[in-house]
Design a protein around this ligand. Structure first.
Ligand code: NA7
Length: 536
């Protein structure tokens, strides 16, 4: 590889998604020379890559946008309660243009390596095509769900039709009319894809390994009067998002499931099932995600709904999860997903009964049949949370590799700092509060910006985490995860990905306390002069 002189900056940000764009905006305010390195050809991150049919928000659009600019809030009007991906991508492009962010972003630049140089106290960052950059601060804005994984099934590369991972969807439209289509995977992405493809497809076969508990999205257009109310109510709405458990508009009901009479309980579940968005997951009785009997009650309610909506009861039973309770994995929100299986041209194949043996040039072969397809869609998910870090050769003090350091699970301070990786700050890294992600991102970015400002003001050039602070935070995150039913289940949230070597053991990868508690802890660290960090 040609060795060039590295380009010098004060800060490098990896990724031009929601967090990278906002971090750039804030660091510019500090007067820093910043460069954002972005793998794609445009801004948007998740919303740039995930162009699959039916991709859209599951959080209310207005609660998902940036809150930092009143002008932006006034100017931008969301068209639907849950905006489709093209609209969100337009929004993020609008933000990039409005704040003139593009001039500090280099596209087509996938970072392959980031090494800390002790002699210069700088990060040396290499892009896969060879360009090198150098900066005092390195900020990872690489997303918790950005490293897509294909299934480890023999023959994937031999298929002669079109095949796509949902997170690597082509920029040109893909038509399904008259086509024989397969979808592998029934997570939040698979569900959105299936219900959309089913509208126009010739014939659709869904290969399901684990069914998920889905609930209705209840999307709809935003009319002029509602639009006016949304815009007038932004301050209160963002204040509410700051108070709720996970920054959504919904927050747990203070009552326990069995503190209310059976009839009232049923009526409450009905109400939630008829509401927009994550209410049934995030706004349910306080104990549904910790108490087995409470969880069984809501699971039973949703199972009955599935049986009512799916005509063929054998198919309905296959769609009802048996190995985990409602809400213990991410709840996919759907629009007529279950009804798709009532169509004569949609078929569900349970691959726990008849496993996929191989992908063939013409389609795929299960243990009992051969299928021919024109298109195979892999909705098989991501090497989540730590996967995007694993894909970069990151080395800290003494050349230590981050991947080795995290071999038994991530260890962080506040999910932002890793000991031995000075001046590297993670946005939406492991051990942070995810929830309604843009809300968490804005907080995370502001906190990192505050720390860098503090360093500027105190003429400090290096920040590292104290090992005891990392140990305490990591223990705290683990303790918070105890008793949560979701931590007894395999999912991307517990770090499981059957398609990635070494990701078969559950880890505690997410902070599962409340967002207000997370912010209170971070605020206290800042207010006390960052004593948990070694500042030099
Ligand atoms: P998920 O939720 O990880 O779902 C991936 C799906 O793909 C899931 O149904 C998997 O089954 C299935 N899968 C994965 N590998 C295979 C193989 N090898 N064979 C068959 N089926 C497979 O990813 P999504 O993209 O849907 O959603 C990720 C998050 O993005 C989502 O939660 C939102 O927050 C946004 P499994 O359940 O592992 O049996």
């Amino acid at each position: 590889m040609e060795q060039r002189d590295p380009l010098d900056y004060d800060a490098l940000v990896i990724g031009a998604g929601i967090s990278g764009l906002y971090q750039l905006y804030r660091l510019r305010e500090l007067g820093l020379r910043v460069r954002v390195l972005e793998a794609g050809s445009g801004v948007g991150g998740t919303w740039y890559w995930n162009r699959y049919p039916g991709a859209r928000f599951d959080s209310e659009s207005y609660s998902y946008g940036y809150s930092f600019s009143q002008e932006l809030l006034d100017e931008w009007s969301w068209s639907e309660h849950f905006a489709p991906q093209p609209e969100t991508l337009r929004y993020l492009n609008y933000v990039a243009d409005k704040f003139d962010l593009r001039r500090d972003i280099t596209f087509h630049s996938r970072v392959g390596a980031a090494h800390y140089r002790e002699d210069s106290g700088q990060w040396d960052v290499t892009v896969e095509h060879g360009s090198r950059y150098r900066a005092r601060f390195l900020i990872t804005a690489i997303g918790p769900l950005s490293a897509p994984t294909l299934p480890r099934i023999e023959g994937v590369e031999t298929f002669q039709g079109s095949s796509f991972h949902t997170a690597r969807w082509p920029h040109e439209p893909v038509g399904f009319a008259g086509k024989r289509v397969a979808v592998i995977g029934t997570g939040a992405t698979g569900v959105q894809t299936i219900q959309e493809v089913a509208k126009t497809v010739g014939h659709l076969t869904v290969f399901q390994r684990t069914p998920n508990w889905c609930a209705p999205l209840h999307n709809g257009p935003i009319d002029a009067e509602t639009q006016r109310r949304i815009k007038a109510g932004y301050p209160e709405m963002f204040a509410r998002c700051r108070e709720t458990f996970a920054c959504f508009l919904h927050t747990p009901d203070p009552r326990g499931t069995f503190e209310v009479a059976p009839q009232e309980r049923e009526a409450f579940f009905e109400k939630l099932y008829a509401e927009r968005g994550f209410g049934i997951w995030q706004g349910n009785f306080r104990d549904i995600l910790t108490d087995r009997a409470a969880n069984a009650a809501v699971s039973d309610f949703v199972a009955r709904k599935i049986r009512q909506r799916v005509k063929d009861q054998a198919v309905a039973e296959k769609l009802i999860p048996k190995n985990h309770g409602f809400g213990t994995r991410r709840v996919p929100l759907e629009t007529k997903y279950y009804e798709a299986y009532n169509q004569p041209n949609v078929r569900l194949v349970d691959i726990t009964e008849t496993p996929i043996e191989r992908i063939t040039p013409k389609g795929l072969k299960t243990s009992d049949a051969e299928y021919e397809f024109d298109i195979i869609i892999y909705a098989t998910g991501f090497d989540a949370i730590t996967g995007s870090f694993d894909r970069i050769d990151m080395r800290g003090l003494g050349g230590q590799k981050l991947k080795d350091k995290w071999a038994n699970g991530p260890q962080t301070f506040l999910g932002v700092k890793v000991e031995g990786f000075p001046n590297m700050f993670m946005l939406m890294g492991p051990h942070t509060a995810l929830g309604n992600i843009p809300r968490s991102i804005e907080y995370n970015v502001d906190w990192v910006t505050g720390l860098i400002r503090y360093m500027q003001e105190h003429k400090l050039s290096r920040a590292d985490a104290r090992p005891e602070a990392v140990a305490a935070w990591t223990d705290h995150v683990k303790a918070l995860g105890e008793g949560l039913l979701s931590n007894e289940v395999n999912s991307w949230m517990t770090g499981i990905n059957t398609n990635v070597e070494g990701k078969q053991t559950r880890i505690i990868a997410r902070y599962s306390g409340s967002a207000p508690a997370y912010r209170a802890r971070c605020d206290a660290v800042a207010a006390n002069g960052y004593r948990e960090l070694v500042l030099a």
